[in-house]
Design a protein around this ligand. Structure first.
Ligand code: GLN
Length: 549
């Protein structure tokens, strides 16, 4: 490998949602499995500084990095595929680019010049791309450009790619992801949208080196040749990306299509090693051949858009494979869950997970699900707001504090069992001001949490919250059977609660889902799925008999 860092840009054409993030992560996986150090970056053309202030309905879940950046959910895919943490530098938005340029202008750094999109905004984009490369920890930086070519918002990014390609011709390539639609009436795959999309890129001065063609049907050699001819790429650089049953198949499909080989060839890199996907294939084997099945209810208020809980759903895939069971998620809208229908809606589930969230919408449904899981001794896992609701439920129904609440939902209450963290009391701005990122947590010996983590004493997990367990109530909770088994060693903040008198009831203030990867399924998800498996084994036969009656 030459000394130069190689830059691979991934653009998208024709439509959004073609899976640029998965293609980027799959290519990165293949290069990594050849022994290279790879990182992936996402450039988002919207004006928000980060997705932290966005409603999950907009772009799905907000993914939090170790260093506390609130980022696009594609970074979650990068981490799950590569098993390497990302950071703030891996996600840049137009808002952040402009903010930085405007701050420089205010500091007088442009020395009286007119500040313009070219060169100032494009220079800032190029700087953000090259920051990752300059760390010299990496051989390859893959930069995914959000949006679709032709969008007004993406223009400065495409222009920055054009300039970088011009300046570092040897070290840059562009992969364009496009759609080859199938017209059922004509019985044909159509290449014209791809030709137009490449033409749009060319109008902006960028010739793609590789085309990854998303398709529902196999591309014949004739179609590949036609695309190659019309779009000025070599035939071996027309890569088929056929619909897969799981995103975890995509690295394997890309290996079959030789995407990594073509990338190395275009960048003039001689690779000695062949990709070693053994561990990945082991995981796929376990995932695709489960020995059993468990059903887990996921209670949240954004369940219409499953991407809102992306990392949780993926963590269940990893933990399911580790336990050799298929995890079926029963998505339940918290607003639709009531004391009357809870039993019916949760009928037959082997576990209940109450998801993270904000605000009071759907709160009563979450409390109901928790009460049901606690009383019926169904394995329970609460995450962030899910943990806070478990505390409120316990306070109301076990401690007998009928008005117990989180001050997020009710500011003045006699029993504020969840309350605003002291450091949050003076916070006015909403963006980037929560308790974010990685913090340590000490586990109590002999607890279920400690057992899940393999009896280590200290762990580190990622956070995203403003409210916390009110320590004034700690003694009362513990006396009644809800133990605080994970504590931040510096602040005393309660990180984990669990019930003593229940087969498996664990809830965490942090977000374990962000750290679950294919190679490192998260211990708390693995332990929870294990508990659901046990519950299933004990209860499923009874259920079958009931049905036979
Ligand atoms: N709304 C809660 C808080 O701010 C929980 C946040 C979450 O679930 N991520 O503390």
């Amino acid at each position: 490998m030459s000394d130069n860092i190689k830059y691979i840009f991934v653009t998208g054409g024709v439509t959004s949602s073609l899976g640029k993030g998965i293609i980027s992560a799959s290519l990165a996986k293949l290069l990594q499995s050849r022994g290279y150090r790879v990182t992936i970056q996402k450039l988002d053309p919207y004006i928000n500084i980060d997705p932290g202030t966005l409603n999950p309905y907009e772009h799905g879940e907000c993914f939090v990095t170790e260093d506390g950046a609130e980022t696009d959910l594609d970074l979650g895919h990068y981490e799950r595929f590569l098993n390497v943490p990302t950071s703030q530098a891996n996600n840049v938005t137009t808002g952040r680019i402009y903010q930085s340029v405007i701050e420089k202008e205010r500091r007088g750094e442009y020395l009286g010049k007119t500040v313009q999109i070219i060169p100032h905004i494009t220079d800032e984009i190029k700087r953000c791309i090259q920051i990752l490369g300059s760390k010299s920890d990496f051989d390859f930086v893959i930069t995914e450009i959000g949006g679709t070519v032709g969008d007004i918002e993406s223009l400065p990014y495409i222009e920055a790619v054009r300039q970088l390609k011009w300046e570092k011709e040897e070290d840059c390539i562009v992969i364009h992801l496009t759609l080859i639609p199938y017209l059922a009436a004509a019985g044909e795959l159509k290449t014209k949208p791809t030709q137009h999309s490449v033409k749009t890129l060319l109008e902006n001065g960028v010739q793609p080196d590789i085309l990854v063609c998303r398709t529902e049907h196999e591309l014949s050699p004739q179609i590949r040749n036609k695309i190659a001819k019309f779009c000025n790429v070599t035939p071996n650089a027309v890569i088929q990306s056929i619909d897969a049953s799981t995103i975890y198949d995509v690295p394997v499909l890309m290996l079959e299509e030789k995407l990594d080989e073509v990338v190395l060839e275009k960048l003039n890199v001689k690779s000695k090693k062949k990709p070693d996907l053994k561990k990945w294939m082991d995981f796929l084997g376990r995932y695709k051949n489960p020995k059993g099945r468990v059903t887990i209810a996921l209670i949240g208020k954004y369940v219409e858009l499953k991407d809102s809980y992306k990392s949780i759903a993926e963590a269940f895939i990893h933990a399911g494979a580790a336990n050799e069971v298929a995890v079926e998620i029963r998505w339940i809208h918290s607003e639709e869950l009531t004391p009357k229908n809870a039993m019916e809606k949760l009928q037959g589930v082997d576990g209940v997970l109450v998801a993270p969230g904000f605000g009071s919408r759907g709160m009563d449904g979450k409390l109901e699900a928790i009460r049901y899981a606690r009383e019926s001794k169904i394995p329970f896992f609460g995450i962030c707001l899910g943990m806070q609701m478990a505390v409120v439920e316990f306070a109301r129904n076990v401690l007998g504090f009928a008005d117990a609440h989180s001050t997020e939902m009710k500011e003045y209450t006699q029993h504020p069992v969840i309350s605003l963290m002291a450091e949050q009391k003076t916070v006015m701005n909403k963006g980037g001001t929560m308790r974010l990122g990685s913090y340590p947590c000490r586990l109590s010996k002999g607890s279920k949490a400690a057992e899940a983590y393999g009896n280590v004493e200290m762990i580190e997990e990622r956070h995203r919250h403003r409210f916390e367990f009110n320590n004034e109530y700690k003694a009362q909770f513990e006396k009644a059977g809800m133990n605080c088994t994970g504590i931040n060693p510096d602040s005393g903040l309660v990180e984990i609660v669990e019930l003593t008198n229940h087969p498996y009831f664990v809830a965490a203030q942090f977000h374990p889902e962000y750290k679950s990867t294919v190679m490192n399924p998260h211990p708390l998800f693995v332990a929870f799925v294990k508990a659901t498996k046990k519950y299933h084994a004990q209860h499923a036969p009874a259920l079958r008999m009931e049905q036979a009656d």
